[in-house]
Write a protein that binds this ligand. Sequence first.
Ligand SMILES: Cc1cc2nc3c(=O)[nH]c(=O)nc-3n(C[C@H](O)[C@H](O)[C@H](O)COP(=O)(O)OP(=O)(O)OC[C@H]3O[C@@H](n4cnc5c(N)ncnc54)[C@H](O)[C@@H]3O)c2cc1C
Length: 488
Amino acid sequence: MSRLLLNRRQFLGKTGSTLLFSAIGSVLSTTALPTPARAQESERNVLIVGAGLAGLAAAYELNKAGFGVTVLEARSRPGGRVTTYRDPFADGLYAEMGAEYVDASDEYDHKYCKEFGLKVLTAKLYDGIFVRGQRIAMAALKSGKAALPYQGTVPGRLFGQEAQYTKQWVAKIRKKKPLHPEILKLDNLSVVELLLEGGAPQDIISLYTYLNATEATARPHEMSALRMVRAHARGGSFNEDVDEGRILGGADQLPKAFARRLSGKILYNRPVRRIAHDRTGAQVWFEEGGTIQTMRASKLVVAIPFKVLRDVEMTPHFSREKMDVIHTLGYGHVMKIAMQYKKRFWNEPGSIGQRVFTDTQLRRIYDMSIDQPGPRGILMSFTAGADAEALGRLSHDERVRVALNETARVWPEAPKHFEGAAIKYWNEDPWIRGSYFFMNVGQRLDFRKVAGKAEGRVHFAGEHTETSSMDGAIKSGVRVANEIKKAG
Ligand SMILES: Cc1cc2nc3c(=O)[nH]c(=O)nc-3n(C[C@H](O)[C@H](O)[C@H](O)COP(=O)(O)OP(=O)(O)OC[C@H]3O[C@@H](n4cnc5c(N)ncnc54)[C@H](O)[C@@H]3O)c2cc1C
């Protein structure tokens, strides 16, 4: 790996510009850049941008295979969207402010948890529903004793109510492989448009907002109808019966376990501002304590969200398809609010439940502390889409006030036990600026293939190249490591 250092003054001098440091991206494009010596380059040196699970998994596997790896990370910690807060809470309680659940089918999560000695616990299923001011026990809904106060729903279940209005399309998908152009056209329709066209009442769209759209962190009018129909053709997506486990002691232990094994090879607080690539390798420019540094290697792995990559200068541009996906991939809005209470009133007789789907601004509210010692506990809100965006416009104190009021609608006794809250709104985080990818209207069907395809010496990892999960992120890192190993 070759390296060259410029301090900020020298850098600005070279650019002949007085523009502020934050505007470096635009300055770089017009300037002759320093060229580090290429002679030291070895075919087995790999630069990796981003120490989220994708970048870490790639680095870990390449390091094991004898490659020289250097990871450049903008933050001072590994893990990206996996972060566990401990300090804001009493009695050793902790809360997952980013990724939390490990599904039974998450093969890569389970593989590496086992390798690093981490235990995955089964979480309790949702047991309550609070919609339109009504409290409904999940068991009562499932047995048919209670019904959802929404027009056009089928009894006995919560998720998938929209399926009855998409049947004709699902049948066509199942019959025709590859997809018929008529089906492909659905990509130009939103979920709302398709459901209305299929005769669904507005209530079904409202319900979809609080259920699948919340899971996707998006709004139904921006989500691709094609994606919804394909999910139904595959037998459905997330629902109330998904077995979601959690990593005992905190999800951040997984990225930390990778990072510990790579310790000297990760450079923190190094935001990358520019990437250049050619036939023999790739070069990156990054900030380092007020200076601009540059490094070159024979291979580069880009493992940062496309929402951030959009603002990194890329020379020359990647293929038209890749640039298109980088610039248009959909990202949602998401906020998590962890509320500490001095007792776990949600477990007491008369409570609606410990894990509740709601149509409040807090959307899903659940016991974050089920596998942690009491008597104190943490209620977590996972809120998304328009509600997260609206809360995001408020100050911290106002967000807390809304959270308390909304929680009190579900559990009236909540305010008297409240002790404090921690909030993470991912759209205001400069290194993601959103939640995770979702397929928006007009999104290319092959976007994942395009997003993850290597371009010359540059490889692409990240949840957006697989599935929007920790599992997808790790899988993408392993895939990229295999691509590089195969190329030698
Ligand atoms: C609120 C929330 C809840 C979630 N819940 C779940 C869940 O329950 N289960 C699940 O499996 N998944 C969940 N996810 C999704 C999961 O967190 C992500 O899919 C996964 O962690 C993404 O990993 P990644 O490595 O692709 O990206 P990231 O984790 O975003 O990592 C990218 C890294 O790149 C760094 N970076 C960005 N820009 C630069 C730059 N210019 N230079 C250098 N470094 C840079 C970032 O700081 C970051 O560390 C959730 C996500 C959120 C936000």
